[in-house]
Design a protein around this ligand. Structure first.
Ligand code: ADP
Length: 447
């Protein structure tokens, strides 16, 4: 097992990794920027190293400084968390070259699954359902037009190297498609240095369905069932839950197993999430694979009892997965609300500044993953998420009731947060009845 893990991240996920490492008897090192000098999570680490000024590009994204910090503190592994360098194959490769274990997949597995065209190709081989569309990157525009007519409009043009919703164009007819391919290629080249784009069917009404998987370096891979993350705003998830409500058990089993087959074929070590869209007839289409731990991993931990972060550390250290697929079962229902320091009444304006009041809910089935507390000053430089409130109940209705109670008991001030929005969302009929799709929050907020 590792002696010391360096955490190349900040905030709640840094704290989450520290806790997992402590339970495994491993030492911890946190790197931090000057904006995070007073970050409460740093108090829990054994050592801390300042790696630069507030802008992420000068600190949390500086591979050279992070590696130097690992070397001077004799850390033998690095956990990247999510965001920042977590899906950067070059970083994973530098770690390997420096004999520091990257806690995640090999650079090869990361590159293969991170490139959307390659990933889709592998998915087809493993029987993981994908969107109908062009076979790989577009070489001839006329060929893409032919495929679009065959699968039917609307279609979407996407960048193979895409991320963060960039380089995508929806086309409702042939002329929009021809134009969309050209602009998407230009945008993708400018943004990612890779102009490859492809075309696939565009779904108007879909739910976001994602499968949590875990793999080791001994050829094993399992799934931990799925999460529904249909409550989104601007492609950012607001609420996540597990299991996904109302899905046919046989269809669910098939798609979850196909996700495990995909990461097994990629020789994947650690935690990965296969994201799908699900249409009204409960057909699944893979969007992409996230090759890291996700923000919403706790809902899966709550229903399965598996500690995902500890398992990814153990797998990176060379251990075999401690369970087989048959040994994993799901119990009850879990919901997570992302608590963001944003003002929903003012266009979700980020709220930096001092938290004066912080009184958190507690009780059976309530979990709070947060680095914040009274007296913490939120820096303006990073993501606005200050915590995740997670509840577990025997049924979905019980979980919703518990979440409402916990949200009401959660007092944060004077900064504004998304708590009041979540309270209203829990009562929204489309949420309550699970008759939602990925655009329902935006439609509702527009009213
Ligand atoms: P990125 O890596 O940029 O986040 P994704 O492939 O995950 O790109 O797509 C981002 C979002 O765009 C999805 O969450 C979904 O809302 C929308 N989207 C992508 N592909 C489709 C599609 N074929 N049909 C409908 N919506 C889509």
């Amino acid at each position: 097992m590792f002696k010391r893990i360096l955490i190349a991240n900040r905030g709640e996920i840094a704290l989450r990794v520290i806790r997992a490492a402590k339970e495994l008897g491993i030492g911890t090192v946190c790197v931090y920027s000057t904006a995070d000098r007073d970050g409460p999570w740093l108090e829990h680490a054994d050592q801390k190293v300042c790696i630069g000024p507030p802008p992420a590009k000068d600190s949390y994204l500086r591979i050279d400084r992070i590696i130097a910090a690992a070397e001077i503190t004799h850390a033998d592994a690095i956990h990247p968390g999510y965001g920042f360098l977590s899906e950067n194959a070059h970083f994973a490769e530098v770690c390997r070259d420096c004999h520091i274990q990257f806690i995640g997949p090999s650079p090869e597995a990361m590159s293969q699954l991170g490139d959307k065209v390659n990933c889709k190709r592998l998915a087809k081989r493993t029987g993981t359902p994908v969107f109908p569309g062009t076979d790989g990157a577009i070489e001839e525009v006329d060929e893409a037009v032919r495929v679009a007519h065959e699968i039917g409009f609307p279609v979407i043009v996407k960048a193979s190297a895409g991320g963060g919703g960039r380089g995508m164009r929806i086309a409702r007819d042939e002329s929009q498609l021809r134009e969309g391919i050209e602009t998407a290629q230009r945008e993708a080249l400018a943004a990612f240095g890779n102009g490859a784009v492809y075309v696939e069917k565009f779904l108007e009404h879909a739910r976001h369905f994602e499968v949590q998987t875990l793999g080791d370096n001994h050829g094993n891979a399992v799934h931990l069932f799925e999460r529904d993350c249909s409550s989104q705003r601007r492609h950012q998830k607001l609420v996540e839950e597990a299991p996904a409500p109302g899905v046919d058990p046989e269809k669910r089993r098939r798609v979850c197993e196909s996700a495990a087959a995909l990461i097994r074929a990629a020789k994947y070590c650690g935690a990965a999430t296969c994201e799908f869209l699900m249409d009204r007839e409960q057909n699944f289409y893979m969007l992409e694979v996230n090759t890291r731990v996700q923000v919403e991993h706790p809902v899966t931990e709550m229903i399965t009892g598996v500690d995902i972060v500890k398992t990814m550390i153990r797998a990176a250290a060379g251990e075999t997965l401690p369970f087989t697929q048959d040994e994993i079962s799901a119990k009850g229902h879990a919901i997570e609300c992302r608590i963001n320091a944003e003002d929903p009444d003012r266009g979700f304006m980020p709220q930096a500044g001092l938290i004066e009041r912080w009184s958190a809910p507690s009780g059976p089935g309530i979990r709070l993953d947060s680095h914040a507390r009274a007296g913490y000053r939120i820096p303006p430089n990073y993501d606005s998420m200050i915590g995740k409130l997670i509840v577990h109940g025997a049924s979905r209705d019980a979980a919703i009731a518990k979440m409402k109670d916990a949200l009401k008991a959660f007092e944060i001030g004077p900064i504004k947060t998304t708590i009041p929005l979540h309270l209203k969302l829990m009562d929204h009929p489309d949420f309550r009845n699970a008759t939602f799709d990925i655009h329902f929050v935006e439609r509702w907020l527009k009213k």
